[in-house]
Design a binder for this molecule. Sequence first.
Ligand SMILES: NC(=O)c1ccc[n+]([C@@H]2O[C@H](COP(=O)([O-])OP(=O)(O)OC[C@H]3O[C@@H](n4cnc5c(N)ncnc54)[C@H](OP(=O)(O)O)[C@@H]3O)[C@@H](O)[C@H]2O)c1
Length: 245
Amino acid sequence: MDLGIEGRAALVTGASKGLGFGVAQTLAAEGARVAISSRSQERIERAAHTIGARAYVHDGADVDGAAGLIARVERDLGSLDILVTNSGGPPASPDAMSFSAQQWRTAYELLTLGQLELVKAALPGMRRRGWGRILSLSSSVVREPSSVLVLSSSHRAALLAALKTISTQVAGDGVTVNTLLPGLIDTDRIRELGAGSPDRLAEIPAGRIGTVAEFAAAAAFLCSAPAAYITGTTLLVDGGALHSV
Ligand SMILES: NC(=O)c1ccc[n+]([C@@H]2O[C@H](COP(=O)([O-])OP(=O)(O)OC[C@H]3O[C@@H](n4cnc5c(N)ncnc54)[C@H](OP(=O)(O)O)[C@@H]3O)[C@@H](O)[C@H]2O)c1
């Protein structure tokens, strides 16, 4: 299938490695002109070099810097057609009440407000031009809250609800807004959280952890021209792990 995104300008945040990097790599392979961002200049430049992308330093929790990032990318690449929002995850704990109010606020800025501000900055141009793709990289915990990731489950659910509302208000302008829900995909974060244990794998009907390439293929489709009539939706990429329909 021709994804129809050759020459389109795309920004993927939180993309020096893992899911974000995989999505950026796939968009670049499809001919998009790709910008990527993360917190570390050294890491993001190294990643950009390997896929022929442009590198930008931006912390996803920098709510006030979001519009500036979009402006910098548009100055260099021209009008933005595709925005994929991603960041690192918040801390985990088996005790949902162990987080301070400040930790809740910090996680909210990273997972909800910071990403919302990127979307708000990118949308007016996309709507004017009559074409745009917004894709939020979220987590299956918005459907089934994790026992150890209360910050992630809560704040990602808030962003999801906001994006659903926004999607209805921009659909008539040729802009789609969708969310991907990874289950267990093989990245450094999953290894660091020790989430790929044999017990967890036994709960996944596919019998294995997913690959970044499998996740990125779903992302690229939702960013494509043929996906024009898919908006306001979520797609699980979890090997069948969630039991609900
Ligand atoms: N992998 C999975 O199966 C899975 C499942 C559910 C949800 N998720 C979520 O998906 C996101 C990506 O996960 P991953 O597995 O790809 O993690 P990863 O391998 O640890 O990669 C995280 C990426 O995000 C960047 N990053 C971290 N904190 C950032 C911040 N504050 N601002 C901007 N960039 C930041 C990192 O780059 P720098 O260090 O250079 O900033 C890195 O490029 C996380 O939010 C995670 O919780 C992943």
